[in-house]
Design a protein around this ligand. Structure first.
Ligand code: BV8
Ligand code: ZN
Length: 275
Protein backbone atom coordinates (compact mmCIF):
# COMPACT_ATOMS: atom_id res chain seq x y z
CA UNK A 1 0.00 0.00 0.00
CA UNK A 2 1.25 3.50 -0.70
CA UNK A 3 1.98 5.77 2.29
CA UNK A 4 -0.57 8.57 2.55
CA UNK A 5 0.05 11.55 0.32
CA UNK A 6 2.65 9.95 -1.94
CA UNK A 7 1.19 9.41 -5.40
CA UNK A 8 1.27 5.75 -6.22
CA UNK A 9 3.39 4.86 -9.19
CA UNK A 10 0.13 3.98 -10.78
CA UNK A 11 -2.82 1.82 -9.86
CA UNK A 12 -2.87 -1.89 -10.09
CA UNK A 13 -5.37 -2.74 -12.75
CA UNK A 14 -7.50 -5.79 -13.05
CA UNK A 15 -7.30 -6.92 -16.64
CA UNK A 16 -10.81 -6.76 -18.06
CA UNK A 17 -11.88 -10.42 -17.73
CA UNK A 18 -13.21 -12.36 -20.68
CA UNK A 19 -16.38 -13.04 -18.71
CA UNK A 20 -17.60 -10.39 -16.35
CA UNK A 21 -19.07 -13.12 -14.18
CA UNK A 22 -15.69 -14.33 -12.94
CA UNK A 23 -14.93 -13.55 -9.32
CA UNK A 24 -12.86 -10.46 -8.66
CA UNK A 25 -9.55 -11.17 -6.92
CA UNK A 26 -8.20 -8.20 -4.98
CA UNK A 27 -4.42 -7.71 -4.76
CA UNK A 28 -3.20 -9.03 -1.37
CA UNK A 29 -2.26 -5.58 0.03
CA UNK A 30 -5.77 -4.35 -0.75
CA UNK A 31 -7.34 -7.49 0.72
CA UNK A 32 -5.63 -6.65 4.01
CA UNK A 33 -7.02 -3.11 3.92
CA UNK A 34 -10.53 -4.32 3.10
CA UNK A 35 -10.36 -6.93 5.87
CA UNK A 36 -9.71 -4.32 8.57
CA UNK A 37 -11.56 -1.30 7.11
CA UNK A 38 -14.04 0.32 9.49
CA UNK A 39 -14.97 3.45 7.58
CA UNK A 40 -15.82 3.25 3.85
CA UNK A 41 -16.96 5.98 1.44
CA UNK A 42 -18.54 5.18 -1.93
CA UNK A 43 -18.58 8.15 -4.32
CA UNK A 44 -20.66 7.79 -7.48
CA UNK A 45 -21.22 9.62 -10.73
CA UNK A 46 -23.43 9.31 -13.77
CA UNK A 47 -21.69 6.10 -14.89
CA UNK A 48 -23.37 4.00 -12.19
CA UNK A 49 -26.74 4.85 -13.73
CA UNK A 50 -25.63 4.16 -17.30
CA UNK A 51 -26.71 0.49 -17.06
CA UNK A 52 -30.10 1.70 -15.89
CA UNK A 53 -30.37 3.35 -19.28
CA UNK A 54 -29.61 6.90 -18.16
CA UNK A 55 -27.14 8.69 -20.42
CA UNK A 56 -23.94 9.99 -18.82
CA UNK A 57 -22.74 13.55 -19.21
CA UNK A 58 -19.37 13.08 -20.84
CA UNK A 59 -18.89 9.38 -21.46
CA UNK A 60 -19.15 7.75 -24.85
CA UNK A 61 -22.40 6.71 -26.48
CA UNK A 62 -25.52 8.74 -26.18
CA UNK A 63 -24.10 11.34 -23.81
CA UNK A 64 -26.35 14.09 -22.50
CA UNK A 65 -23.74 16.73 -23.08
CA UNK A 66 -23.02 15.74 -26.70
CA UNK A 67 -26.22 17.41 -27.82
CA UNK A 68 -25.91 20.37 -25.49
CA UNK A 69 -23.03 22.31 -24.02
CA UNK A 70 -23.26 22.23 -20.19
CA UNK A 71 -23.39 26.04 -20.16
CA UNK A 72 -26.51 25.91 -22.34
CA UNK A 73 -28.54 24.02 -19.82
CA UNK A 74 -27.21 23.37 -16.31
CA UNK A 75 -26.62 26.99 -15.19
CA UNK A 76 -28.82 29.68 -13.58
CA UNK A 77 -28.04 31.93 -16.55
CA UNK A 78 -29.35 29.31 -19.00
CA UNK A 79 -32.52 28.92 -16.92
CA UNK A 80 -33.01 32.67 -16.87
CA UNK A 81 -32.38 33.07 -20.60
CA UNK A 82 -34.13 29.91 -21.84
CA UNK A 83 -36.50 28.71 -19.12
CA UNK A 84 -38.56 26.52 -21.45
CA UNK A 85 -35.46 24.78 -22.91
CA UNK A 86 -33.91 24.11 -19.49
CA UNK A 87 -37.22 23.08 -17.90
CA UNK A 88 -37.90 20.81 -20.92
CA UNK A 89 -34.50 19.12 -20.52
CA UNK A 90 -35.18 18.37 -16.87
CA UNK A 91 -38.69 17.18 -17.70
CA UNK A 92 -37.10 14.73 -20.15
CA UNK A 93 -34.53 13.61 -17.58
CA UNK A 94 -37.16 13.27 -14.89
CA UNK A 95 -39.26 11.04 -17.16
CA UNK A 96 -36.15 8.94 -17.96
CA UNK A 97 -35.14 8.64 -14.29
CA UNK A 98 -38.72 7.76 -13.29
CA UNK A 99 -38.84 5.00 -15.91
CA UNK A 100 -35.39 3.67 -14.97
CA UNK A 101 -34.75 0.93 -12.44
CA UNK A 102 -31.79 0.68 -10.08
CA UNK A 103 -29.26 -1.77 -11.53
CA UNK A 104 -27.09 -4.41 -9.75
CA UNK A 105 -24.46 -1.73 -9.16
CA UNK A 106 -26.85 0.43 -7.13
CA UNK A 107 -28.09 -2.63 -5.28
CA UNK A 108 -24.58 -3.87 -4.46
CA UNK A 109 -23.76 -0.50 -2.85
CA UNK A 110 -26.99 -0.67 -0.85
CA UNK A 111 -25.89 -4.09 0.48
CA UNK A 112 -22.29 -2.95 1.01
CA UNK A 113 -23.49 -0.58 3.75
CA UNK A 114 -24.02 -3.63 5.98
CA UNK A 115 -20.51 -5.03 5.45
CA UNK A 116 -18.65 -2.22 7.23
CA UNK A 117 -19.22 -0.51 10.58
CA UNK A 118 -19.41 2.93 8.94
CA UNK A 119 -20.44 3.32 5.29
CA UNK A 120 -21.16 6.65 3.58
CA UNK A 121 -22.65 6.92 0.10
CA UNK A 122 -21.96 10.22 -1.67
CA UNK A 123 -23.39 10.80 -5.12
CA UNK A 124 -23.16 13.48 -7.81
CA UNK A 125 -26.25 12.00 -9.40
CA UNK A 126 -29.69 13.56 -9.12
CA UNK A 127 -31.70 10.55 -10.38
CA UNK A 128 -32.68 9.12 -6.99
CA UNK A 129 -31.72 5.56 -8.02
CA UNK A 130 -29.53 4.92 -4.97
CA UNK A 131 -32.48 5.58 -2.68
CA UNK A 132 -34.71 3.36 -4.79
CA UNK A 133 -32.08 0.59 -4.57
CA UNK A 134 -32.39 0.71 -0.79
CA UNK A 135 -29.35 2.74 0.26
CA UNK A 136 -30.32 3.96 3.72
CA UNK A 137 -28.62 7.37 3.54
CA UNK A 138 -27.43 9.17 0.41
CA UNK A 139 -25.44 12.41 0.42
CA UNK A 140 -26.63 14.15 -2.78
CA UNK A 141 -23.88 16.66 -3.55
CA UNK A 142 -25.65 18.05 -6.63
CA UNK A 143 -29.21 17.97 -5.34
CA UNK A 144 -32.06 15.93 -6.74
CA UNK A 145 -34.38 15.76 -9.75
CA UNK A 146 -37.17 14.45 -7.52
CA UNK A 147 -37.85 17.88 -6.01
CA UNK A 148 -38.38 21.41 -7.28
CA UNK A 149 -38.16 24.67 -5.37
CA UNK A 150 -39.06 28.30 -5.97
CA UNK A 151 -36.03 30.33 -6.98
CA UNK A 152 -37.38 33.31 -5.04
CA UNK A 153 -38.92 32.08 -1.76
CA UNK A 154 -37.53 28.54 -1.64
CA UNK A 155 -40.92 26.84 -1.41
CA UNK A 156 -40.36 23.14 -2.18
CA UNK A 157 -42.58 20.60 -3.94
CA UNK A 158 -42.14 17.22 -5.66
CA UNK A 159 -40.79 17.67 -9.20
CA UNK A 160 -43.56 15.33 -10.40
CA UNK A 161 -46.24 17.77 -9.21
CA UNK A 162 -44.46 20.76 -10.77
CA UNK A 163 -44.21 18.86 -14.07
CA UNK A 164 -47.84 17.73 -13.85
CA UNK A 165 -48.79 21.40 -13.56
CA UNK A 166 -46.58 22.36 -16.49
CA UNK A 167 -44.16 20.22 -18.48
CA UNK A 168 -43.39 22.96 -20.99
CA UNK A 169 -42.31 25.83 -18.80
CA UNK A 170 -41.40 26.31 -15.15
CA UNK A 171 -44.64 26.77 -13.15
CA UNK A 172 -45.07 30.04 -11.22
CA UNK A 173 -44.97 30.24 -7.46
CA UNK A 174 -47.65 32.22 -5.57
CA UNK A 175 -44.85 34.53 -4.37
CA UNK A 176 -44.27 35.65 -7.94
CA UNK A 177 -41.16 33.55 -8.41
CA UNK A 178 -41.04 30.33 -10.40
CA UNK A 179 -40.10 26.75 -9.70
CA UNK A 180 -36.79 25.18 -10.76
CA UNK A 181 -35.35 21.66 -10.30
CA UNK A 182 -33.69 21.22 -6.89
CA UNK A 183 -30.32 20.49 -8.50
CA UNK A 184 -27.02 22.35 -8.13
CA UNK A 185 -26.15 24.14 -11.37
CA UNK A 186 -22.66 25.16 -12.49
CA UNK A 187 -21.65 28.27 -10.63
CA UNK A 188 -23.93 27.44 -7.68
CA UNK A 189 -22.64 26.39 -4.30
CA UNK A 190 -23.16 22.82 -3.18
CA UNK A 191 -25.60 22.30 -0.29
CA UNK A 192 -23.58 23.35 2.77
CA UNK A 193 -24.02 20.55 5.24
CA UNK A 194 -23.82 17.84 2.56
CA UNK A 195 -20.40 18.87 1.22
CA UNK A 196 -18.96 19.34 4.70
CA UNK A 197 -20.20 15.87 5.74
CA UNK A 198 -18.78 14.30 2.55
CA UNK A 199 -15.40 15.95 3.11
CA UNK A 200 -15.36 14.89 6.78
CA UNK A 201 -16.12 11.25 5.92
CA UNK A 202 -13.61 11.21 3.02
CA UNK A 203 -10.89 12.62 5.30
CA UNK A 204 -11.25 9.78 7.80
CA UNK A 205 -12.19 6.76 5.70
CA UNK A 206 -10.05 3.63 5.37
CA UNK A 207 -11.41 2.78 1.92
CA UNK A 208 -12.78 5.07 -0.82
CA UNK A 209 -14.62 3.75 -3.89
CA UNK A 210 -14.93 6.09 -6.89
CA UNK A 211 -17.59 4.62 -9.15
CA UNK A 212 -18.72 5.83 -12.58
CA UNK A 213 -17.31 9.32 -12.45
CA UNK A 214 -15.00 11.17 -14.83
CA UNK A 215 -13.75 13.09 -11.76
CA UNK A 216 -13.92 16.38 -13.68
CA UNK A 217 -16.50 18.36 -11.67
CA UNK A 218 -15.37 20.19 -8.55
CA UNK A 219 -15.54 20.45 -5.63
CA UNK A 220 -17.08 16.91 -5.79
CA UNK A 221 -14.10 15.27 -7.50
CA UNK A 222 -11.86 16.75 -4.81
CA UNK A 223 -13.22 14.12 -2.41
CA UNK A 224 -10.97 11.56 -4.10
CA UNK A 225 -7.94 13.74 -3.39
CA UNK A 226 -9.08 14.26 0.23
CA UNK A 227 -9.38 10.50 0.78
CA UNK A 228 -6.05 9.78 -0.89
CA UNK A 229 -4.34 12.49 1.11
CA UNK A 230 -5.73 11.03 4.33
CA UNK A 231 -4.24 7.63 3.55
CA UNK A 232 -7.35 5.77 2.41
CA UNK A 233 -7.06 2.92 -0.05
CA UNK A 234 -8.79 4.04 -3.27
CA UNK A 235 -10.57 1.75 -5.73
CA UNK A 236 -11.90 3.13 -9.02
CA UNK A 237 -14.66 1.34 -10.92
CA UNK A 238 -14.91 2.70 -14.45
CA UNK A 239 -14.48 1.16 -17.93
CA UNK A 240 -12.41 4.29 -18.75
CA UNK A 241 -9.72 5.78 -16.54
CA UNK A 242 -11.04 8.91 -14.84
CA UNK A 243 -9.06 12.15 -14.51
CA UNK A 244 -7.94 10.98 -11.06
CA UNK A 245 -7.29 7.30 -11.86
CA UNK A 246 -3.61 7.81 -10.93
CA UNK A 247 -4.72 8.24 -7.32
CA UNK A 248 -6.32 4.79 -7.23
CA UNK A 249 -4.68 1.74 -5.71
CA UNK A 250 -6.83 -0.40 -7.96
CA UNK A 251 -8.75 0.34 -11.15
CA UNK A 252 -11.51 -2.09 -12.09
CA UNK A 253 -12.15 -1.45 -15.81
CA UNK A 254 -15.60 -3.01 -15.78
CA UNK A 255 -19.12 -1.60 -15.86
CA UNK A 256 -20.36 -0.90 -12.32
CA UNK A 257 -23.33 -3.25 -12.72
CA UNK A 258 -20.89 -6.15 -13.01
CA UNK A 259 -17.94 -4.87 -10.98
CA UNK A 260 -19.79 -3.85 -7.81
CA UNK A 261 -21.52 -7.20 -7.12
CA UNK A 262 -18.16 -8.91 -7.69
CA UNK A 263 -16.40 -6.37 -5.45
CA UNK A 264 -19.04 -6.84 -2.75
CA UNK A 265 -18.46 -10.60 -2.87
CA UNK A 266 -14.68 -10.13 -2.67
CA UNK A 267 -15.11 -7.79 0.31
CA UNK A 268 -17.36 -10.27 2.11
CA UNK A 269 -14.75 -13.00 1.47
CA UNK A 270 -11.99 -10.81 2.91
CA UNK A 271 -13.98 -10.08 6.03
CA UNK A 272 -15.33 -13.55 6.71
CA UNK A 273 -13.73 -14.84 9.94
CA UNK A 274 -11.14 -17.51 9.12
CA UNK A 275 -12.89 -20.85 9.63
C1 BV8 B 1 -19.19 25.56 -7.49
C2 BV8 B 1 -26.42 18.71 -11.35
C3 BV8 B 1 -18.67 27.57 -6.35
C4 BV8 B 1 -27.29 19.22 -12.42
C5 BV8 B 1 -24.06 19.02 -11.93
C6 BV8 B 1 -12.71 24.23 -8.80
C7 BV8 B 1 -13.31 24.37 -7.55
C8 BV8 B 1 -14.65 24.69 -7.44
C9 BV8 B 1 -15.42 24.86 -8.60
C10 BV8 B 1 -14.83 24.73 -9.84
C11 BV8 B 1 -13.50 24.42 -9.94
N1 BV8 B 1 -13.19 24.35 -11.26
C12 BV8 B 1 -14.29 24.59 -11.99
C13 BV8 B 1 -15.30 24.85 -11.16
C14 BV8 B 1 -16.65 25.16 -11.58
C15 BV8 B 1 -17.52 23.93 -11.77
C16 BV8 B 1 -16.82 22.77 -12.40
O1 BV8 B 1 -16.38 21.87 -11.71
N2 BV8 B 1 -16.76 22.77 -13.72
C17 BV8 B 1 -16.16 21.63 -14.40
C18 BV8 B 1 -16.97 21.34 -15.67
C19 BV8 B 1 -14.73 21.99 -14.72
N3 BV8 B 1 -18.10 23.56 -10.52
C20 BV8 B 1 -19.23 24.17 -10.13
O2 BV8 B 1 -19.75 25.09 -10.73
C21 BV8 B 1 -19.86 23.70 -8.83
N4 BV8 B 1 -20.16 24.84 -8.03
O3 BV8 B 1 -18.05 25.27 -7.54
O4 BV8 B 1 -19.65 26.70 -6.87
C22 BV8 B 1 -19.40 28.57 -5.54
C23 BV8 B 1 -19.13 28.63 -4.18
C24 BV8 B 1 -19.79 29.60 -3.43
C25 BV8 B 1 -20.71 30.47 -4.03
C26 BV8 B 1 -20.97 30.37 -5.40
C27 BV8 B 1 -20.31 29.42 -6.16
C28 BV8 B 1 -21.18 23.01 -9.10
C29 BV8 B 1 -20.97 21.75 -9.89
C30 BV8 B 1 -22.30 20.95 -9.96
C31 BV8 B 1 -22.89 21.06 -11.34
N5 BV8 B 1 -24.06 20.20 -11.43
N6 BV8 B 1 -25.15 18.26 -11.93
C32 BV8 B 1 -27.67 18.15 -13.38
O5 BV8 B 1 -27.46 16.96 -13.11
O6 BV8 B 1 -28.26 18.54 -14.41
S1 BV8 B 1 -22.62 18.40 -12.55
C33 BV8 B 1 -22.83 17.00 -13.47
O7 BV8 B 1 -21.49 16.49 -13.66
C34 BV8 B 1 -23.57 15.84 -12.82
O8 BV8 B 1 -23.83 16.00 -11.45
C35 BV8 B 1 -22.56 14.72 -12.98
O9 BV8 B 1 -22.73 13.71 -12.11
C36 BV8 B 1 -21.34 15.50 -12.71
C37 BV8 B 1 -20.01 14.85 -12.86
O10 BV8 B 1 -20.02 14.10 -13.98
P1 BV8 B 1 -19.91 12.51 -13.77
O11 BV8 B 1 -20.94 12.09 -12.79
O12 BV8 B 1 -18.52 12.17 -13.48
O13 BV8 B 1 -20.41 12.03 -15.16
P2 BV8 B 1 -19.57 11.97 -16.51
O14 BV8 B 1 -20.54 11.77 -17.62
O15 BV8 B 1 -18.63 13.15 -16.55
O16 BV8 B 1 -18.68 10.66 -16.35
C38 BV8 B 1 -19.32 9.40 -16.34
C39 BV8 B 1 -18.22 8.38 -16.11
O17 BV8 B 1 -18.83 7.11 -16.01
C40 BV8 B 1 -17.23 8.30 -17.27
O18 BV8 B 1 -15.92 8.34 -16.74
C41 BV8 B 1 -17.53 6.94 -17.92
O19 BV8 B 1 -16.34 6.30 -18.36
C42 BV8 B 1 -18.10 6.17 -16.75
N7 BV8 B 1 -19.03 5.11 -17.11
C43 BV8 B 1 -19.84 5.02 -18.19
N8 BV8 B 1 -20.56 3.87 -18.12
C44 BV8 B 1 -20.21 3.26 -16.95
C45 BV8 B 1 -19.24 4.04 -16.30
N9 BV8 B 1 -18.69 3.70 -15.12
C46 BV8 B 1 -19.11 2.55 -14.56
N10 BV8 B 1 -20.05 1.75 -15.11
C47 BV8 B 1 -20.60 2.06 -16.30
N11 BV8 B 1 -21.52 1.24 -16.85
ZN1 ZN C 1 -41.94 31.39 -4.25
Amino acid sequence: MHPPGRRPTGPAELSPPMSTAEPLRLPSALRARVATARRVVAFTGAGISQESGLATFRGGGESLWERFRPEELATPQAFHAHPRRVWGWYAWRHRAADAAEPNPGHRALARMAAVFPFFTLVTQNVDGLHQRAGSPEVLELHGTLTRAHCGRCGAARPMASALAESAEEPPPCPCGGRFRPAVVWFGEPLPGGVLERAVAESSRCDLFLAVGTSATVYPAAGLIEVARGAGAAVIEVNPEASALASLADLCVPRPAGHALPALLEAMERCRKPAS
